[in-house]
Design a protein around this ligand. Structure first.
Ligand code: DAH
Length: 352
């Protein structure tokens, strides 16, 4: 091959190479997404791409021309890679701005309100009772839920084997420990610890082996106790009448029925007129027009004697009401079992 011919070949190859880079530029510009851009790049500089094809023709060149052409080839490869990178960056930016435009946040949309908690109706009632009694000078007390037999029974004048124990079916922890069946043991703790005269209101959980339409095995009571000088049945009635009126409002009536409790003498049961039927009789009040809310009475001298409090120098009254009963009456709840079920649809009605 003459010098001229071989120069012509070299120039032709270099020309082809330039054409290739030009073509790559337009092809890359025409690519509309990253994947098709990449596919096109492979057609140029991939293993079987056009650049490799050109490289194969290098064999036809003279030994002096080969490195010259090799250098040009490398330049072309780098150029194609650079064009590819540039186009890829701009495609990436375009994709990102398109994504941002289609996924814009509307900051004016209302957010999701978090669920708010509220007090359980049993706690609402408990707090309200304690507040009312506080206005009469009563201070709040709690006590253990697991009680010694002495506090739950013995000191309240309910001796072992006494038939009165049958009134309260008891969960026994062992021979000497019980889940308290009422809040009356709080009376004994107070008589042991507090200074006379005293006015206390105790609240909390109580437990009985009992479960039916109007009884729960775990429920709540409030216990009131006043120890002072010359306390009479009239003081008890006045206190309860005030308390019931403040709690239920003026519409409900209360009545006292003679009864028996070992720790009071005399004793009375306290009833409220039924809020659902207003006294005419319904299933809530078992057709009687009245709902029993608890017991009361003047403290039995035997209780004072066991607590070593001089009687009749000091005397007093006490009462104990069921908190669920009071909630039912106040809110007109048709079934006591709704209270421990904790169905949110029910509980939400009490978030004030
Ligand atoms: N502890 C009684 C009960 O749960 C209720 C009771 C009655 C409490 C008379 C009293 C009271 O304080 O004087 O059945």
């Amino acid at each position: 091959m003459t010098q001229d011919l071989s120069n012509a070949l070299l120039n032709d190859l270099i020309g082809q190479m330039h054409a290739l880079t030009e073509k790559a530029l337009t092809e890359f510009q025409n690519a509309t997404d990253k994947q098709s851009l990449y596919d096109k790049k492979v057609l140029f500089s991939g293993k079987n791409g056009s650049v490799t094809e050109l490289m194969k023709k290098m064999g036809q060149l003279t030994p002096e021309q080969k490195p010259q052409f090799g250098a040009k080839l490398n330049e072309a490869k780098q150029k194609i890679e650079q064009l590819y990178q540039e186009r890829e960056t701009s495609l990436g930016q375009a994709e990102l701005s398109q994504k941002l435009a289609s996924e814009t946040l509307d900051l004016t949309l209302p957010g999701f309100a978090p669920d708010r908690g509220g007090d359980h109706p049993v706690h609402l009632v408990t707090n309200e009772i304690v507040d009312i009694m506080a206005r009469l000078g009563y201070s709040a007390r709690l006590g253990p839920m697991v009680e010694r037999d002495y506090y739950n029974f013995e000191a309240l004048n309910i001796p072992k084997d006494h038939p009165a124990r049958d009134m309260q079916d008891t969960f026994f922890v062992d021979d000497n420990l019980v889940l308290r069946t009422h809040t009356s043991p709080i009376q004994i703790h107070s008589l042991e610890k507090d200074q006379l005269p005293l006015r206390i209101v105790g609240t909390g959980s109580v437990f009985r082996v009992d479960s039916d339409i109007s009884h729960l095995p775990h429920f709540h009571q409030i216990e009131g106790m006043c120890v002072d000088r010359n306390v009479s049945m009239a003081d008890l009635k006045g206190t309860i009448a005030f308390f019931v009126r403040e709690f239920f409002g003026p519409g409900l009536k209360t009545r006292f029925r003679p009864s028996y409790f070992p720790f009071t003498e005399p004793s009375a049961e306290v009833d409220c007129s039924c809020p659902l039927c207003k006294g005419s009789g319904c299933s809530l009040c078992k057709q009687s027009g009245w709902i029993e809310i608890g017991g009361s009475g003047l403290i039995n001298p035997k209780v004072f004697q066991t607590a070593k409090i001089p009687y009749p120098e000091w005397n007093g009254f006490a009462f104990g009401f069921g908190i669920e009963r009071m909630a039912i009456i106040k809110y007109g709840i048709p079934d006591i079992r709704l209270l421990p079920e904790n169905d949110l649809r029910f509980l939400r009605q009490f978030e004030f």
